[in-house]
Ligand binder design. Sequence first.
Ligand SMILES: [Zn+2]
Length: 238
Amino acid sequence: MKSILSGLRSIGGGLAEVLAPDYCMLCGGRLSKAEHRICALCRIKLPATDFHRIPGNAMQQRFAGYGTIENAGAVFYYVRSTPLATAIHDFKYNKFPSLAVEFGREMARRLLTTGFFYGIDLLMPVPIHFTKRMRRGYNQSERICRGLTEMSGIPTADNLYARRPHKTQTGRTPEGRRANTRGVFSVRRPYELLDRHVLIVDDVCTTGATLLACAETLHSAVPGIRCSVLTLAATTTT
Ligand SMILES: [Zn+2]
């Protein structure tokens, strides 16, 4: 199992999808015809937050008091060295964009019946600067949105973009993280977003500084906009 998984990783996503599409990206087990990228057992074992059942949950608390984010959700807990953390690393750095799309579908499956998407007009992936996009080949948050759009029917918009690259947020203080994201994002064609409620989507939420910067940028560029945020996973501490 492990050797199949490391083999998949070493050949990279694009080739792996052609050469070995039938193995679970989390456990390396063989997939049945009905399964795609992640097996049913691994899906069950994913560390669900169930935040949608908890009013005032930890994710909502992270953004309370700023006045720019209405609702906030994260579908799973992010814990280092777990299969989910490895999978996120895979779709970020090992060129497995289809895994990000599949996680988008999984997020939608878990949230569609909860009312979380009620009133949301557009999905807005957290942008990455084009130099990073060139290097990586894709924006993983945009791929997550692709899976969400497929299942929910809510379109993905490209109005938010990164004007300049920002350095990694790892190891920074909360204030440092906010300073690091200041002036990074901008909005194209803001008139398209007037009075819309957008859901800003990212892979992992740690302090929330990036999501907050996106929401603040949208609020200052677009009159009447409403913002909520959703991530695939969130760390348990900031
Ligand atoms: Zn599996």
